[in-house]
Design a protein around this ligand. Sequence first.
Ligand code: ATP
Length: 764
Amino acid sequence: MVDAELARERVYLSSLYGRLDELRDEAATQLGRVRLENPGGTHQSRSERDAFARIYEDRIAQLNEVDERLVFGSLQLDASHTASDQAQDAGERLYIGRIGLRDPEQQPLLLDWRVPQASAFYQATAATPLGVRSRRHLTTRGRELLRIDDEIFDSELLDDEEAAARLQGEGALMAALTAQRTGRMHDIVATIQAEQDRIIRSELQGVLVVQGGPGTGKTAVALHRAAYLLYTHRDRLASAGVLVVGPSASFLRYIEAVLPSLGESGVVLASVGQLFPGVETSEEDAPETAALKGRLEMAALVRKAVASRQIVPTETQVIDVNGERLEVSPELIRTAMRKAQESRKPHNTARVTFVKSALSALLAQLVAQLTANGSTVEESDFGYLREDLRTSYDVRVLLNSAWLPLTPEKLVRDLYARPGWLASLTPRWTPEQRALLLRDRDAPLTVSDVPLLDEAAEYLGEYDEQASVAKRAAKAQHKRDVENAENAIRNMEVEGFITPEALASGFAETAARGTTAERAASDREWAYGHVVVDEAQELSPMQWRLLMRRGPMKSFTIVGDMAQASSPAAPSSWQQALEPFVGERFRLEELTVNYRTPAQITRAAEDVAERNGLVVTRSRAVRETQWPVEHVAAAPAGGSASATVDGLVDAIEATIARDRAIDEGTVAVIVPDALEPEVAERLVARLGGDVGRGDRGLSRPVSVLTARQSKGLEFDSVIVVEPQGIVRQAERGAAGLYVAMTRPTQRLSLVSFEPSLDPSFAVG
Ligand SMILES: Nc1ncnc2c1ncn2[C@@H]1O[C@H](COP(=O)(O)OP(=O)(O)OP(=O)(O)O)[C@@H](O)[C@H]1O
């Protein structure tokens, strides 16, 4: 029976691949035809031809991308839910895959996992079968079908509670969960669980917060939701774009393959250090400084700092304009300033008004003075005189001292480097608080500076008037391109296959400016259609403020775990994080099943976290492995400090060797910050190229990381070194240890000088 079914499915699978090949051939033929077309004609028609070529190239790339695991499941519908009146036994079978396929008569052969009909594949249970008689998981390698697993829904066989707790497609799920990790995250499209699916398909509008313990699939859900929203709301999101924000560049590298494997490549991925175009940083301030810079009152400080750069002189200034001596009163500057301020435009933009008004007033004074001195001044001379004033060195100095155009970087760097100015802006701060900001003008910018730069850019406006004119022109051009693309699509009769937005992106002028994603990433004022935020528990109020600006429609998916919050500026609840921006208007969903970490490790990590005062939502781990959490006691190899570290590294090396003898999976060595250099250097010396250090070494079999660097990642084996050191190293060190202990998919070892550590130890 199973063999017969396998054979039957193999035939169907081969017909699906046949269709995939056909579509690829068709696209290749179209591409060849478009390329051969006479390149003559207007510039517009050449541009259209290139744009069509690009669309076919993208289509071919997309079809190649989905070749592996093209189809992963099917549903046998109840006869009552099938379109025809076939007998119950022969209820319709729907196949679910990474993309949708239709035959030449437009009959569906394969459903895209994101269409509404496919949701039963993820949601159906014996208790609520949703019109499904059975669900089948198809396991493939390349184009070969290896096995099928069926779940028959007969509600009489299961009670409700059992049904609710049951995992969907357990065999396929377990195979995915126990697979060795590669250092790159994979999609979970074949085994999305019901509670995850409901979140993925939740409506686009509004702010959705997903709270869940470590390993509950928050990152996976957030990325699949991005793919789902792009598919379902293509018209809106293709042009506005989707932004995915993660904690670090290494985390983005870890997740970057997931969306392309789901056929979506136009998403902007950015770390919190990359959210201000032109600045890229992973440096962080000392915790107290980061905490201060993350506070909302910094926004007011930046506003005050900008305002304080509009300075009315205290005394009358004497200037020279081509030999004519002018006395400029503070009042003249004040009046010009008031006019500019009344425009309510940002500093650099309003400066244009200031300069114009000041020049007019100076011109009037100059004319009056020349006339009083007996010269005749005609109205036709005003233009020259105005130009004399504008180019006069003294006038430029006068106007710049009153109102200097500023870049965000200059403003922020000055603020840190000029203690007197900072003190004048912060009369209520203590000297200790001010000292936290004090820094050399050339010191590198940090992740915590990024929101301050963004805030400064808001109050300063465009520094370069030319750039802002060019930006407006580009936007207008893009609008015209989309209209032209609509016409071209109608003419070519390819409606529905190509969106005007995608075609327009290939037009020569637009293409020269980059894809939608590239343009969005380089434009600070881009308004994204949806923003996904991962590890969101770490964000400071100032970082939230920046993100809300990037998503003015307030359509957000926010995922995180409050118990894992370790950054000094992190809020203590979602309520507290979001209240200043959206009040109570957010929906909260929870994920409760831990897919990553085996039960014995989850329990140990949760116990340790609670003993150290964290409030954790206990999760249900789906599996247990045979390896208990191991405590490895290190022995100092001598009396000196260096020998002490050697002793620790001996124990780590032995544990790595043990782990690597079990399987060839990835190993992470997670160490307190202070020990990282010594441990990493010694391990590199002993194990050579097998050891990678920090964010950049994740492709190596063994990675040495701090707890912060390990955030969001996972490894087959994890060795946590001196766990108490991680707890003690920072105010929220317990969260750091909780993160570290929940990274393994198979084994956890704790290496410490303290012998026989209790698994639920607490650090006082
Ligand atoms: N439905 C699923 N099918 C297969 N694998 C899954 C599923 N859900 C989650 N996983 C896997 O579980 C692991 C943990 O998922 P993920 O990294 O998304 O969790 P997380 O909640 O973001 O964790 P953390 O808070 O620790 O960063 C990943 O390997 C992911 O692929």
